[in-house]
Design a protein around this ligand. Structure first.
Ligand SMILES: Cc1cc2nc3c(=O)[nH]c(=O)nc-3n(C[C@H](O)[C@H](O)[C@H](O)COP(=O)(O)OP(=O)(O)OC[C@H]3O[C@@H](n4cnc5c(N)ncnc54)[C@H](O)[C@@H]3O)c2cc1C
Ligand SMILES: C[S@@+](CC[C@H](N)C(=O)[O-])C[C@H]1O[C@@H](n2cnc3c(N)ncnc32)[C@H](O)[C@@H]1O
Length: 646
């Protein structure tokens, strides 16, 4: 999917005081009131709140988030409904979202001031990706996609129960009501889904009917004669489930193996969806593998072409900042989010908003980092450092997960509809309908040769970090990175790193590796004396990163290779048979490589979407990019191209 920077909305006030979009020649809501319209047209037109009563999850999708008035009214209705669903998901797309300042200005007179204040406070950077915001301790989830409906709707993976169609008037904003867009609405419709809009345009009604809806005209809001409601009733049952997701319908119970950042992030995301999660680890306590480093940094990535790597890193970094900021400021997790400087020589101009990344000159870089010699580069205001073990602990706690240590899993097995983790005697340590492997470099061994083929090569890359006494040395105020990095002093120690040696199993600290790290630190801090420091005064730690050839994580369900080869399946990832059904399955979250701190939050959410069928937190093409079967499928395609008979 091609991305472009987001152009914020231009919003004026019409003479009657209504917010007005001069570019579309239309108002955001009628004079009779945004909340009133939301209640009559969008909630009432979709049979809400009654329809969500007693359900574990209800998913709304809105085209045209605008000022968020429909969202606020929906959230308010959910709050006041004693029969409310356990969790309310609200997905919304907007090509021209308001800036935070405009949103604050226009919501200052909201009829729902407390909710509006929370929305403004959570308003994300205007970057073209999905932004997962949370309210009500995660029971109300707002997934905002900034971009054109024509490009973004086909990228949404969700099973939607109610659609709010709220573009500007069809004659001034045809893209929002086009037949392809309405067909996407049909693709995303869960069984029994409904749609509503204030418009009663004929083309819209015909489009909805073509998309599989039964359409009705009902009385409109505040004297408007008509509006449209619709119920999904396709003539033929679609071959794939709504939105391309498999919805889990069995008991919400999962077993996670591996209590590093990956396993703990999976536990959090599932736990918040109401799952009971047990996390096993061979170590006695959590975060004893790579996630046991004393500190790690996190930040986004900028690439000229904004390809999948950059888009994924951006979504991941923004999600990490959102999750960690309150934990760090509340003292739950040791760390700092005051920005991060990525040195890059002459700064290019950044196409992105400065609340995500800014290109800075040498002078600005020196002022912000406190390092006399820093050159220009990228400034990530939401970047920082964290103690990964603290982070893993907070994730586990947030998922209300049960941890069991000293549990070395030697094999896995599916028996009577449940996945078992087995010890060295073949006895079951624990079992659940869903098994999630978060065992980093031990993934291929646990999967065994047949299944490991499905996830492709995974390298174990040894790394050593070095901690030097901060006294008398220039310390940066924020993490500073290029090929190496230096963090601000933590408890009197400056951590710097790191080395990277694939296939090296030596767990002892090595002098040569310390020297390598000291040389990088000396360069970054412009302090040549560092290179000569005696290594016996230094602290250090060795760990192993699990790394795929494309350096991206593996997140999702394992493919069912036997079914793939015999049935000669479609060559698309989304159609591959998987080792799962509606009652359970086998999943991985692994290969977080050198950036596990940045990846954990987003990958945990993505894993939960795979497992539970919750709306996917990233665009479909990005989900494919992290699909654990991607390398296997690519290899199979290469073979098929070379020999069309296979
Ligand atoms: C030197 C170094 C520096 C790094 N610096 C940074 C940084 O600054 N920023 C950043 O984002 N990332 C950094 N990383 C990467 C980051 O640490 C990892 O990406 C992340 O910790 C991986 O998390 P994980 O949960 O996948 O793996 P791990 O933390 O290794 O967790 C895997 C867990 O699975 C358990 N396990 C494995 N097999 C079994 C089994 N059979 N049975 C039971 N339990 C099992 C292990 O005991 C372990 O607890 C660094 C890595 C290294 C090595
Ligand atoms: C009527 S307003 C929505 C009001 C909003 N539902 C609310 O509750 O405040 C229409 C919205 O559609 C958005 N829009 C217009 N064209 C679009 C397109 N092609 N893709 C996505 N959004 C678009 C506009 O930016 C605007 O915010």
């Amino acid at each position: 999917m091609k991305t472009a920077p987001i152009e914020p909305a231009r919003i004026a006030l019409a003479p009657d005081g209504l917010p007005h979009a001069p570019d579309f020649g239309d108002v955001y809501h009628p004079a009779a009131g945004a909340t009133g319209q939301a209640r009559h047209v969008f909630l009432g037109g979709n049979g809400l709140p009654a329809r969500w009563g007693g359900r574990p999850r209800f998913v709304v999708l809105e085209t045209g988030f605008g000022l968020g008035n429909n969202f606020l009214a929906t959230w308010d209705a959910w709050r006041h409904d004693p029969q409310r669903c356990e969790r309310l998901w609200f997905l919304a797309i907007d090509k021209h979202p308001p800036t935070r300042a405009d949103l604050a200005r226009l919501q200052a007179s909201s009829t729902l001031p407390e909710l509006a204040r929370q929305l403004v406070a959570a308003w994300p950077a205007l970057t073209p990706n999905l932004h997962a915001l949370e309210f009500e301790s995660g029971r109300v989830r707002l997934l905002l996609g900034f971009g054109d409906v024509a490009a973004l709707l086909p990228q949404v993976m969700a099973s939607v129960d109610a659609f709010f169609l709220d573009g500007f008037a069809p004659d001034r904003n045809p893209a929002m009501w086009s037949l392809p867009a309405l067909k996407q609405v049909g693709r995303l419709a869960a069984p029994g889904a409904t749609a509503a809009t204030w418009s009663s345009a004929r083309a819209l009604r015909e489009g909805l009917a073509t998309a599989g809806f039964e359409v009705s005209i009902v009385p409109g809001f505040s004297g408007k004669r008509d509006m449209t409601t619709a119920r999904y009733a396709p003539r033929h049952r679609p071959a794939v489930q709504a939105g391309g997701l498999q919805i889990h319908t069995g008991p919400r119970e999962a077993l996670v193996v591996g209590a590093g950042l990956a396993g703990c992030a999976a536990a959090r995301a599932l736990g918040r969806e109401g799952w009971q999660v047990t996390v096993l680890d061979r170590a006695a306590s959590i975060a004893q593998g790579a996630s046991g480093n004393p500190a790690g940094l996190f930040h986004g990535v900028v690439h000229g072409d904004d390809g999948p790597h950059a888009r994924l890193h951006r979504a991941a970094a923004l999600a990490t900042e959102r999750l960690l900021r309150p934990w760090i400021s509340g003292g739950r997790v040791r760390g700092q989010i005051d920005g991060l400087l990525r040195l890059a020589g002459t700064p290019a101009t950044s196409p992105w908003p400065i609340d995500y990344v800014e290109s800075v000159s040498g002078q600005a870089a020196r002022a912000r980092s406190g390092l006399a010699a820093a050159e220009g580069g990228w400034w990530f205001p939401g970047g920082g450092w964290v103690v990964p073990g603290d982070y893993a602990g907070a994730l586990l706690e947030a998922g209300d997960a049960h941890f069991a240590g000293n549990a070395c899993v030697e094999a896995i097995e599916r028996r009577s509809g449940r996945w078992h983790a087995l010890d060295e005697h073949g006895a079951s340590i624990a079992d659940a309908p869903v098994l999630v492997l978060a065992t980093a470099i031990d993934l291929p061994r646990l999967l065994g040769p047949a299944l490991a083929e499905a996830t492709g090569t995974l390298a174990a890359v040894r790394g050593q970090i070095t901690g030097l006494p901060a006294a008398g040395l220039p310390a940066p105020r924020v993490p500073v990175a290029d090929a190496g990095y230096v963090l601000p002093a933590v408890d009197g120690v400056l951590w710097c790193g790191s080395t990277a040696r694939p296939g090296d199993a030596d767990g002892r600290l090595r002098e040569a590796d310390h020297r390598h790290n000291l040389a990088q630190a000396a360069r970054l801090l412009a302090a040549p004396a560092i290179e000569a420091l005696p290594t016996d005064t230094l602290q250090g730690r060795v760990g192993w990163r699990a790394v795929t050839p494309d350096r991206l994580p593996l997140v999702g369900a394992l493919p069912d290779l036997a079914a793939c080869t015999t049935a000669r399946h479609d060559d698309r990832l989304r159609r591959l048979p998987r080792l799962r059904d509606a009652d359970g399955g086998l999943y991985v979250i692994a290969a977080l490589g050198s950036r596990g701190v940045t990846w954990a939050a987003l990958c945990g959410e993505l894993l939960a979407s795979w497992v539970a069928g919750t709306p996917c937190p990233v665009e479909a093409d990005l989900r494919d990019t992290l699909d654990p079967a991607r390398a296997w499928l690519a290899a199979r395609r290469r073979v098929a191209l070379a020999d069309p008979q296979t």
